[in-house]
Design a protein around this ligand. Structure first.
Ligand code: ADP
Ligand code: MG
Length: 360
């Protein structure tokens, strides 16, 4: 599953059809017949060069992990940004650069693919992306050399990747807790019946930790540290044995570096308000769902995908609040990209679930 070095000399001659998960936090690329070959943060770093009209025309400096290392550490002349952070395309040029970079990287041209390899590409996009933005994402893939570019909504891709029978006349509820958004969707007969997109997910968990540590302990920490704390000791319900984590930050009063021991109990308290928002949105979605479908969901259970599914006890918290069975999808971080990969292989499914796409 980890990124593997590609055998470019050989690959260069062949066209690889791709599934791409354009997530708010992470971009993953699935190569048909090979599996998941790229997993990188959805971050772009570029020079700040703003035109009088306010458009940034600066050169792209780094994409992916290289760019993530620069988040919060850039000098004035450089900016590192997450172009899809809130589940909408906040920066189209950066999004386009990302798509072109990954398609190009796989076909070894670092830019536009040469004439011959013209892959078919299925891209998963957040459901909040507008029609106009979808067209531009498709266009970016075509400009990058794709022969055919299709877009599918991430909740659908996640459900397919999680192995749910999306074509059945059966209600399925999938919650995808990503970085910028939580998408709660009811799926039946190959379509999304109800969809709720909450701009509250992994990033808000991190923010909640930052605020808690500042207010309770007078310690200022950055987002990367907050995420580290969340991964190490975050939880939605108590651990059997509570945990500790030593975080480093800057003392608010003295302005000096300071270490501080945090417990999983207090971090759970910090995360609770964010967790409540996710729980309430799930309950609201269930209330809007037609009764026949609710009966199906009660039988099939709710499925949680996305990186947030890995928060300790999120299944238990959701299950207690909704009184429904809750399952964590297998390998929740890769559901969307695996779903895109499955759709690549299945024309009939693709025709049913695509929201944009076709031949140039
Ligand atoms: P997206 O699809 O929006 O790009 P992902 O599904 O890749 O998002 O999930 C990224 C989010 O999941 C980040 O906020 C990250 O901190 C969070 N995450 C990853 N692993 C864990 C974990 N073990 N516990 C809690 N949160 C996690
Ligand atoms: Mg996602």
């Amino acid at each position: 599953m980890e990124e593997t070095t590609l055998d470019f000399n050989f690959w260069n001659l062949v066209t690889y059809d791709l599934g791409i998960d354009l997530g708010t936090s992470n971009t993953l690329v699935f190569i048909k017949g090979k599996g998941i070959m790229i997993r990188e943060p959805s971050v772009v770093a570029r020079q700040r060069k703003v035109t009088p009209a306010g458009n940034n025309i600066g050169q792209i400096i780094a994409i992916g992990s290289e760019a993530k290392k620069m988040l919060g550490k850039t000098p004035d002349m450089i900016e590192a940004l997450r172009p899809l952070r809130d589940g909408v395309i906040s920066d189209f040029d950066a999004t386009e650069a990302m798509i072109k970079y990954y398609i190009g990287k796989i076909h070894h041209s670092h830019g536009v693919i040469p004439k011959i390899p013209r892959p078919k590409v299925v891209i998963g996009i957040p459901s909040g992306v507008t029609e106009v933005e979808r067209r531009s994402v498709q266009e970016a893939a075509l400009v990058a050399g794709a022969r055919e570019a299709y877009l599918i909504e991430e909740p659908m891709a996640a459900a397919i990747g999680a192995g749910l029978p999306v074509m059945d006349p059966q209600g399925q509820l999938i919650i995808d807790v990503g970085g910028g958004t939580t998408e709660i969707s009811v799926i039946s007969l190959g379509g999304i019946v109800i969809e709720r997109c909450l701009r509250v997910a992994g990033d808000e968990f991190d923010e909640a930790i930052i605020n808690y540590v500042r207010l309770k302990h007078g310690l200022i920490i950055g987002t990367l540290t907050a995420e580290e704390i969340k991964l190490a000791i975050g939880s939605a319900v108590p651990y059997t044995t509570e945990k500790q984590f030593v975080a480093r930050g800057r003392n608010m009063e003295k302005g000096l570096p300071q270490s501080l021991k945090l417990t999983s109990t207090e971090i759970r308290e910090a995360l609770a308000p964010v967790m409540t928002q996710i729980v309430n949105a799930t309950i609201d979605t269930l209330e809007e769902t037609p009764p026949e479908l609710v009966a199906d969901i009660l039988r099939n259970g709710i499925v949680v995908a996305g990186g947030g599914a890995l928060l300790h006890g999120i299944d238990k918290a959701l299950s207690e609040a909704t009184k429904m069975p809750v399952w964590i999808a297998d390998d929740p971080l890769t559901c969307v990209v695996r779903g895109c990969g499955k759709v690549l292989d299945d024309e009939q499914l693709l025709r049913k679930v695509k929201v944009v796409g076709g031949l140039r």
